[in-house]
Every structure is written in structure tokens, then in C-alpha cells.
Write a protein that binds this ligand. Sequence first.
Ligand SMILES: Nc1ncnc2c1ncn2[C@@H]1O[C@H](COP(=O)(O)OP(=O)(O)OP(=O)(O)O)[C@@H](O)[C@H]1O
Ligand SMILES: [Mg+2]
Length: 294
Amino acid sequence: MDRTEAVAPLTRPGPAAPGSADPAAPVITLRGAALAYGDRVLWRDLDLDVRPGEFLAVLGPNGSGKTSLLRVLLGRQPLTAGSLTVLGRTPRRGSRHIGYIPQQKSLPAHTMLRARDLVQLGMEGHRWGLSLAPGTIRHRVDELLASVGATPYADVPVGRLSGGEQQRVRIAQALATDPRILLCDEPLVSLDLQHQRTVTTLVDRRRRSADTAVVFVTHEINPVLGLVDRVLYLARGGFRIGTTDEVMTSSTLSQLYGTHVDVVRVRGRIVVVGAPDAATVHVHAGGANGGGRP
Ligand SMILES: Nc1ncnc2c1ncn2[C@@H]1O[C@H](COP(=O)(O)OP(=O)(O)OP(=O)(O)O)[C@@H](O)[C@H]1O
Ligand SMILES: [Mg+2]
């Protein structure tokens, strides 16, 4: 079922970003942004605009600052330098305009929470949800569960669901407030190819039907290769941003990693060979490896 139909009663034409009348105005704007923990620079000099409906894949080795970037966008982590606006203003925690699928921690096996409870929590965590009548909430939860194909296990405790089933419920939860930005932190981890496809299709459908911008952190670009508008690749305190063809090349990644990396295309897949695991470098003022476009 198409989600546009599924949520029609509660879907409003999204207001333009506060302070902007342009519906195509960027929903996320970073300028000269840096994040460091102590002397450890995760990324810096980051200029980025994300537009409505755009699919931005965020790649990079463990510890390169992908989750930290999402936390910055959520208003949970301040930038070390530079500026950020989300929907035209400084991000604040708990905005209903941002849906978030956190990096997977499997749900405790003994939890009594059912799939529908989790989705309802996604609505009630916001004042917006609390203002709705119980019947409306129930209807909306049913629609959300149906939109991700989770109706058959709506009343099953989530701890008993498979990884792929749990992930569908987490997507429904993240969409509960009809967000204009969807932040996904490695939602494909531990899913088989079929379930990976289900998740990417659900996310892609959402951005196409509602113009929701998607920031999608992933270790593997191949499952999202056909969907990605741009790639932000973080490594060693720097970054590269551009289309897949611009970023996923031997020369761009070799430059970023500071060592020879081969990017090979085999049967429509991209294979990166030789990328070191070290994600960041410890630097002192001025010594970091800056970022930039390829
Ligand atoms: N609050 C914090 N204080 C200090 N260091 C932190 C803090 N949060 C994260 N870090 C460190 O910053 C680095 C980047 O963390 P982050 O979780 O953003 O990486 P990541 O790219 O998401 O990695 P992974 O692929 O493993 O999920 C890590 O080394 C982490 O230990
Ligand atoms: Mg992470």
C-alpha cells in the first residue's frame, strides 16, 4: 500500500522551512561545521545542504563520526565550530519534524512491548501526538504498521520478532510524526538481502511520496546504490561529498584515506579494496586533514 494513501488523514502539506517560503529550500544547512572530541577531529569544514526528498548516504569507517553527525542534526550534540540550521532554525531535541532510526541495538527479548506500542510511543513522545484523540491514534498506528507491512505482527511483543521485522517496526515508529527529515543509522545491519531491499524500498517510498529528506548512514553503498543522490564519505578527520560517481573512485578515496585505495566496479557493485580501518587522526591545531568536494 502506498503510504500517501495510508496516512492521508494526518498528512498535511509540509510547511516550508520556518523563515522560508521556498518549498525546495534546504531542510539541513551546515556551514564550516566541525566536530571534535578533545583533540580528536571527526570532521571539519563541512558545508552541506540537504534538500527535500534528497537521499544522502553517509559512509565511512567505524568511528569516523557518522552517528555523531546524526546526533548533531538531532540537536543532541553541539558543533565544535561552524553553524547548522534544520528547517530554518537551530535544531532542538524532540522535533516532530525529524524521524530517527537509531543504530541498532536489538530490542530486549523479554520486553512485553508490542509492535503497536512501539509505534504509538513514537507518536506520544511528542505533544503533537498527545493532542490526538485515542481513536485517531489507534487508527494512525494501524496505518503506519500497514504501511511497512507489519500488520500481521502488530500485537506480538517486539522482542520476539526477527531482526527484519523489528526493523520494519522501527521505521513505522520513526515515521509516526510524519517527519520532513528521516535520519537512519545503519538500518540494514544484520539484515539479509531481501530484508535490506524491504527497508530501502520503504525509506525510498517515503521520500518520494512525502518529499522527506533522507540521511542514511550505511557501511555498504551497494544496497542503496540505485537510490542515492549524493554520498558524504567521512574518514581521517576529512570528508568528500558528491555523487556516487564522484566520490566512489580510487583517486578520491585514496586522497581521503591518505593511502592507496582501489575502488572497483564489478557487475554493478562497488567494491572498495585497501581502505584502512583507522577512522580519524589525532591532530593538534591546524594539522587535520581537511575536507572538500572531489
Ligand atoms: N560523547 C563523546 N565523547 C567522546 N568521544 C565520543 C563521544 N561520542 C562518540 N565519541 C567517539 O567519536 C568517534 C566517532 O563516534 P561515532 O559513533 O560518531 O562513529 P561512527 O562513524 O558512527 O562509527 P560506527 O561505524 O562504529 O557506528 C568514536 O571513536 C567514539 O568513541
Ligand atoms: Mg555509528
